[in-house]
Design a protein around this ligand. Structure first.
Ligand code: WT7
Length: 662
């Protein structure tokens, strides 16, 4: 427990001083023990990335049939990896560890909302997974069918995902913070045959009636034959005869034996919907062998993971890709012991995370900058009350981390001794792409440093596509990698158009702006498309706009991401009301309600600006750039292309009036 923790002024001074430090070398004692400590690994991988990835895949996975092929790039950008290999993801994550005598090892130290503790071993997880896999088969779910999963952070979420993988069903997890309407949309797009959900979900002392909400939306979905309900909270819930079944009952009735069927390496493992430039979400498709290779390798080597001794904690939600890759598939493939955290960081109290580190002896913590900023606001004296000495490595993910937050994390949580890995990646990349290696890379606060071995990234000029040595440009991934998305589910054309149309079919357009510094380090700046990152949750402005205009009193809306101290970016909506509707506080709330119902509470605009009109080009396109300028109080950029330049003067008045109200 550091003294700094309790003296705010001294800590502040220390962090200010540390801002001057350019590079943090890996601590000698970390480097000496690290799995990888020789920088030659980068050259080795670069010399033949396909051979190198193939070697990783054989090193970390036990294939039923080892692949003889690495990359098939005969039909770019539809790449295939390890195509003639056969493997089952659930067997990699469970059976092989149990067979090796590690069935008694804890897979998840689960921590419930009300402080409940439940340890789930690998043997237990395997037993539940086999039973549920058989139960799904009994319900008529077959290889290639899509199964929706809409669950809170309970161990059964891993069981549901792995049971799908076991029988070759494609899971489609929807984050529990999304509304039932979003679930319906995703089930409809993917023609899901079954949906796994809960009776209710707990959040900070309240219970939301999830099954009831799901029922209100799911009527008339022809493809959906079954809803499996996990009794999680025990609240009453409606059940439809012939469609709905209880998880516990079907598992109890199911055969406990369920041999894992080897799948083709390119068999789809899951779809995960994410936001793009338009309102319709993109169904990112990942397959089996390459994805497992990518997540197992990055989980092992980015986090220097020792399955026998580490306690790994990825504090994300399984509903996002971070949870898929680093709560479920990566850690389980590596036989790790993880913490699974159900609740909010301030429930039952603001020290709950640190108490959990102390109790579980967590050694590695992987969290989002938005969480770190929240902890900074709550004060260093809270973590100072707990013993955090078990921690040896810290990770950051989801958005750029500002240097001050990085330093706070390093000093207050890491006690100055833990390297920090700032990991850049995306739903599309499947696993971590740009990151330090903790025993090798000297880190710079705010930079994700350099690509993982076997990954080629470049910052290029927006117009020419030529690499920019120093300075800003578009981030590109230059070569295929095993865990890359294979397509957008049922939208091959959109896949090519979105990611591979700018500079050819060999170069993946990330959608982020970045710059490189004199050492070649990457500094990711943020999205170049109309995607907003709120607390690490990815949203499209178009998606939020269409939810707002669904409100009966709204004529038009334009949404932008505005910088926000707590959440990185926050949603700011410019709203034009219909007819002679006058702005009112109730209307404000009503609009936020509409967004919560259509997308989810996390998408609600933080700020609503009433606008008589929106700045548009002569062709009618809303100029969001100007809205961003005005929202953040910057001087306005070029307004000459506006159809009606007076619009901006009106908006300025409106913003000024908003200030008066506060
Ligand atoms: C977008 C991807 C990575 C899994 C969770 C989010 C931003 C992500 C970083 C980072 C700067 C980051 C990018 C990226 N992002 N990690 N370490 N530094 N920016 O996955 O929802 O697909 O969002 O998150 O803008 O494109 P996602």
């Amino acid at each position: 427990m550091s003294e700094m923790g309790t003296d705010g002024a001294a800590l502040e001074q220390e962090l200010e001083r540390m801002l001057e430090i350019e590079k943090f070398e890996p601590p000698a004692e970390f480097r000496e023990r690290a799995l990888w400590s020789d920088p030659a690994i980068y050259e080795e991988a670069a010399a033949d990335p396909v051979a190198w990835w193939t070697a990783r895949s054989k090193e970390l996975l036990d294939w039923d049939v080892e692949p003889t092929q690495g990359l098939d790039d005969s039909n770019p950008p539809f790449y295939k990896w390890f195509e003639d290999g056969r493997i089952n993801a659930s067997a990699q994550c469970l059976d092989r560890h149990v067979a090796a005598g590690n069935g008694g090892r804890v897979a998840y130290h689960w921590r419930g909302e009300e402080g409940e503790r439940r340890d789930v071993t690998y043997a237990e997880l395997l037993d539940s997974t086999r039973r549920f896999a058989n139960a799904l088969k009994d319900l008529g779910v077959e290889k290639g069918d899509v199964v929706g999963i809409y669950l809170p952070m309970i161990p059964e979420v891993a069981v549901a995902m792995l049971a799908c993988a076991r029988i070759g069903a494609i899971h489609n997890v929807v984050f529990g913070g999304f509304s039932a309407e979003s679930v319906r949309e995703r089930m409809e797009f993917s023609e899901a045959k079954a949906l796994v959900t809960v009776d209710g979900a707990r959040r900070k002392g309240k219970t939301a009636p999830i099954k009831q909400q799901v029922d209100e939306e799911m009527g008339g979905l022809g493809s959906l034959k079954t809803i499996v309900v996990i009794r999680s909270t025990g609240i009453e819930c409606p059940m439809t005869e012939g469609r709905d079944v209880f998880f516990e009952e079907i598992c109890a009735a199911a055969d406990p034996e369920c041999p894992a069927e080897p799948m083709e390496a390119e068999h789809p493992l899951f779809i995960l919907y994410t936001s793009g430039s338009t309102a319709s979400p993109k169904g990112i498709l990942h397959t089996t062998g390459g994805y497992l290779t990518g997540v197992a390798a990055t989980h092992r080597y980015v986090f220097d993971l020792r399955p026998e001794t580490d306690v790994w904690w990825c504090a994300a939600d399984v509903g996002w890709v971070t949870g898929h890759s680093y709560i479920v598939y990566g850690p389980l493939a590596n036989g790790a012991t993880s913490v699974m955290w159900e609740g909010a960081p301030d429930y039952p109290h603001k020290g709950a995370w640190w108490e959990t580190v102390q109790d579980t002896g967590a050694t590695i913590l992987y969290a989002a900058p938005t969480a770190i900023r929240t902890f900074i606001k709550w004060g260093a004296d809270i973590p100072a009350k707990y013993d955090l000495s078990s921690l040896r490595l810290l990770g950051s993910v989801g958005e750029p981390i500002n240097p001050k937050a990085w330093l706070w994390y390093h000093q207050v949580i890491g006690g100055g001794r833990c390297p920090i890995v700032d990991t850049w990646w995306q739903t599309e990349t499947g696993g971590i792409m740009i990151t330090p290696l903790p025993g090798i890379t000297a880190t710079k606060p705010g930079s994700a440093t350099t690509p993982f071995p076997g990954v080629s990234a470049e910052v290029v000029d927006e117009r020419t596509g030529e690499p920019v040595a120093e300075g800003q440009g578009l981030l590109m991934l230059e070569k295929p990698w095993p865990s890359m998305l294979r397509t957008l589910y049922k939208e091959d054309d959109r896949f090519v158009e979105t990611y591979f149309s700018k500079f050819g079919e060999e170069r993946y357009l990330v959608g982020d702006a970045a710059r490189r510094d004199k050492d070649g380090y990457f500094w990711v700046i943020g999205r170049i498309d109309d995607v907003v990152n709120v607390s690490g949750h990815r949203l499209s402005t178009a998606e939020v706009e269409s939810a707002i205009v669904a409100h009966e009193n709204v004529a038009e809306a334009a949404v932008i991401g505005q910088s926000d101290e707590d959440t990185g970016q926050a949603i700011c909506a410019f709203v034009t009301l219909a007819g002679d509707t006058a702005p009112s506080e109730g209307l404000d709330a009503g609009i936020r309600e509409e967004v919560a119902a259509r997308i989810g509470k996390f998408a609600r605009p933080k700020r609503i600006v009433w606008a008589d009109d929106l700045p548009k080009t002569r062709s009618g396109k809303i100029m969001r750039r100007l809205l961003r300028d005005i929202a953040e109080g910057r001087a306005l950029g070029d307004v000459t292309t506006l159809r009606d330049p007076d619009v901006m003067a009106e908006l300025e008045k409106q913003i000024a009036a908003e200030g008066d109200e506060d």
